[in-house]
Design a protein around this ligand. Structure first.
Ligand code: HGY
Ligand code: MN
Ligand code: MN
Length: 423
């Protein structure tokens, strides 16, 4: 007789989960600051063998797909039904932390162990995914693995190059993946009953209000650009200030325009210029070339759509006044995504059943969930970030908060398991 799944029966083993988080954190580029395990790097390659082994040990039937996603399945009583999916990513930014993404992957593995140890089984298969390459990368295409599963990894993405001119498709092949299959392996719509991702908030709201659980309402859209500026090189000492075509000054003006536009967003908007390059890079030559890489984010699709046009136009006009030519290339555009209301409700009711405080919060961070949402009902569970910090070595979430998040994840999936259609 199958034991009944109760909220209490899904309580994870916090010590074991803490040990897993600590072990995975060992896989890092020892030269870089903080925790650095970037996609396609050696520490990343080594860590994925560890992660897959831990999925196997938890009783998940694992395989690695053409895009490099580690996919683990815990069979349900009725494998013919659309599956429950959860997971996240284990790659980091350069100089990042030990929790962004890892909490969702290791928390899901802990949930699978908890179910098996308690002799519990969902009606539906439980699929745990460590999505390849969620973080932004020099190719301008984040969420490589989840885009592939959602069917939105495009052939043109494989031709994107890094700063040395290496193509994403070639780098994927060198990593042992099959890029041409990765762009044609979308999961069928309807094959996933619902997707729930556990993640750290990476912001200050939950900690500030003392709330244990965030029920995510929407995931911000992200538009990323590269702008090139071409002026004229001149002697820095003899060229009058009003006679210059200084590409670096045009780039600097563009950076301030990008900042100003986000500050004026009516509902929600942020922007960041994360990289600048200029040449020839000498004290005594007026720079004739410059490049910037920037991103805009908002949960407001209307603003995100219109600000792109406005920024491109303002950058060109300001540069034109300086006699500098510009070219703006939009590298990626990820629209804002609403979480599915019924999935949000199940997460909130799961938190209530366990006796945890919760509140509805938006996500300013991007996630794999934003892509999976295009083929399945989606929800996300946040746990508090200490000081709201993330993408830095100071990133921290207490294991008791993480364990509560895993508990809510299990209880929410158990509720979804017996829900007909959460659309
Ligand atoms: O960049 C992001 O928003 C996410 O943390 N990858
Ligand atoms: Mn993340
Ligand atoms: Mn991140």
């Amino acid at each position: 007789m199958m034991a009944e799944i109760t909220a209490e029966s899904l309580r994870p083993n916090a010590e074991r989960l803490a040990a897993d988080l600590k072990a995975l954190a060992e896989y890092t580029d020892s030269v870089a600051p903080g925790w650095t395990r970037q996609v396609f790097s050696d520490p990343y390659r080594a860590s994925r063998q560890w992660t897959r082994h831990h999925m196997d040990e938890a009783g998940l039937e694992t395989h690695i797909d053409a895009a490099g996603n580690i996919v683990g399945v815990l069979p349900g009583r009725n494998p013919s039904l659309p599956v429950l999916m959860t997971g996240s990513h284990t790659d980091t930014v350069h100089g990042g932390g030990r929790f962004d993404g890892m909490v969702g992957v290791l928390g899901s593995i802990e949930l699978a162990r908890t179910l098996r140890e308690a002799g519990l089984q969902f009606e539906r298969d439980l699929v745990v995914v460590d999505f390849l390459g969620e973080e932004a990368n020099p190719y301008g295409i984040s969420c490589i693995g989840s885009r592939s599963i959602a069917g939105v990894l495009k052939p043109e993405h494989l031709d994107r190059t890094d700063h040395e001119g290496n193509k994403l498709g070639d780098v994927m092949t060198a990593f042992g993946l099959n890029p041409n299959q990765a762009i044609s392996q979308a999961w069928k719509p309807g094959s996933i009953h619902s997707y729930v991702e556990l993640h750290i908030e990476q912001g200050p709201l939950l900690e500030r209000r003392g709330t244990s659980i965030g029920v995510v309402t929407a995931i911000a859209g992200i538009d990323r650009l590269m702008a090139q500026f071409h002026g004229r090189p001149d002697h820095a000492g003899t060229t009058p200030m009003d006679g210059r075509q200084d590409a670096l000054l045009a780039a600097a003006s563009a950076i301030l325009t990008i900042e100003r536009e986000a500050c004026g967003a009516p509902i929600h908007g942020v922007s960041t210029t994360g990289r600048i390059e200029s040449s020839p890079g000498a004290f005594n030559i007026v720079p004739d070339d410059a490049k910037i890489w920037a991103e805009l984010r908002s949960i407001d699709p209307a603003w995100l759509g219109e600000v792109k046009m406005r920024i491109a136009q303002e950058i060109a006009e300001e540069a034109d006044k300086r006699g500098v030519h510009t070219m703006v290339e939009w590298l990626s555009d990820q629209a804002p995504v609403q979480a599915t209301k019924l999935v949000q409700d199940q997460i909130a009711q799961a938190a209530d059943a366990i006796g945890l405080s919760w509140e509805a919060v938006p996500s300013g961070a991007g996630h794999d969930a934003a892509h999976i949402a295009s083929i399945a009902p989606m929800g996300m569970i946040f746990v508090p970030s200490q000081g709201g910090r993330s993408h830095v070595p100071e990133e921290f979430t207490d294991i008791s908060d993480i364990s509560q998040g895993v508990h809510v994840l299990g209880a929410a999936l158990a509720r979804l398991d017996s829900t007909e259609n959460p659309r």
